[in-house]
Design a binder for this molecule. Structure first.
Ligand SMILES: NC(=O)c1ccc[n+]([C@@H]2O[C@H](COP(=O)([O-])OP(=O)(O)OC[C@H]3O[C@@H](n4cnc5c(N)ncnc54)[C@H](OP(=O)(O)O)[C@@H]3O)[C@@H](O)[C@H]2O)c1
Length: 287
């Protein structure tokens, strides 16, 4: 795609990853707006050729092709409010925010002439402030909003090595919720596993590494099969006494994780192909 000009508002985790990969793909980042002073200093060091400002540059607004808003979800409305007085400088820009939970409609007050409003959510997790270590290769972006804007940003996503997925607002909400289960709750489960191992005196290097082949095998199975077919373990087999042992161990050593163990088993049980008497005994055991 022809070289496009971007202004990025918010140079945190997502803003700087996008800035880095846009530059790598040959696009131009005309400026990054960042209100956090320490982060602004980091950005100047990361991108010496890009102006870093603490307010939106009015002249840049009319010259850019895309205004990319990468601030925390709660701040998007505030950014929109600060942009409204400058609306007359906008005429054909694509205005994009990267939130997974906020629809593109939050940008509607900026509609003016041929401005297009889009939400573009990268379905990935950016946990560090070092953009060069975070790849966008094969990352799906769910896109929702004005059709022309969605089409335009799909081409940008392709330039970044990602894949665009055009969705409805309801589908966008479902993607965000699913991402919480796949990513946030997975890490919640990892925290439970590590607490349980720590209780038995395992040093930190033995709380994850020995389980890595198991995690990798599970992911590989999940790539090939639906979750309930990929599932192994005592619940899948209906091993009542093993589950009783687990509940006793949790009660004694990590009671804070006991309700979670129970609830996951209870939610899965009706979906499993087990003899009815086993299901009944497990249901009683799980309470
Ligand atoms: N991180 C992820 O894995 C991920 C993945 C997909 C989508 N997203 C979405 O991407 C967006 C950004 O997330 P993030 O993780 O990059 O957040 P972040 O790391 O907290 O970065 C946001 C940055 O924006 C700055 N900021 C706040 N208000 C501003 C304003 N009015 N003008 C300019 N800068 C402002 C913040 O400064 P202060 O700290 O001073 O407020 C912060 O440096 C969110 O909508 C999030 O839902 C994040």
């Amino acid at each position: 795609m022809a070289r496009a000009r971007f202004i990025i508002i918010g140079g945190g985790r997502v803003g700087r990853v996008l800035a880095y990969h846009l530059l790598q793909a040959g696009h131009r980042v005309m400026g990054i707006v960042e209100t956090h002073p320490a982060r602004a200093t980091e950005l100047k060091a990361l991108f010496p050729e890009v102006p870093v400002e603490d307010a939106i540059p009015e002249d840049g607004l009319s010259q850019c092709d895309c205004l990319l808003i990468c601030v925390p979800d709660d701040q998007i409305t505030e950014v929109v409010k600060t942009l409204i007085p400058h609306k007359t400088h906008l005429q054909r820009q694509i205005i994009v925010h990267t939130s997974g939970s906020v629809p593109s409609a939050v940008l509607s007050p900026l509609r003016h002439r041929s401005v297009q409003c889009v939400s573009a959510h990268p379905i990935s997790s950016f946990s560090t402030l070092h953009p060069s270590t975070q790849s966008l290769q094969h990352v799906f972006f769910d896109l929702e909003g004005d059709p022309e804007g969605v089409q335009w940003f799909s081409r940008i996503v392709a330039d970044l090595g990602g894949r665009a997925l055009s969705v409805t607002i309801e589908q966008k909400k479902a993607i965000h919720l699913a991402a919480v289960f796949y990513s946030n709750f997975f890490l919640g489960l990892a925290a439970a596993a590590q607490d349980i191992l720590q209780q038995q005196g395992f040093p930190s290097e033995h709380r994850f590494q020995p389980f890595l082949p198991l995690i990798q095998a599970t992911l590989s199975n999940l790539e090939q099969q639906p979750p309930l077919q990929a599932l192994t373990g005592p619940l899948k087999r209906g091993d009542v006494s093993t589950i009783q042992t687990h509940l006793d161990l949790l009660k004694r050593h990590a009671p804070e994780w006991l309700p979670l163990y129970r609830e996951i088993c209870r939610a899965l049980l009706p979906k499993l192909d087990l003899p009815e008497d086993k299901k009944h005994r497990l249901k009683q055991l799980l309470g």
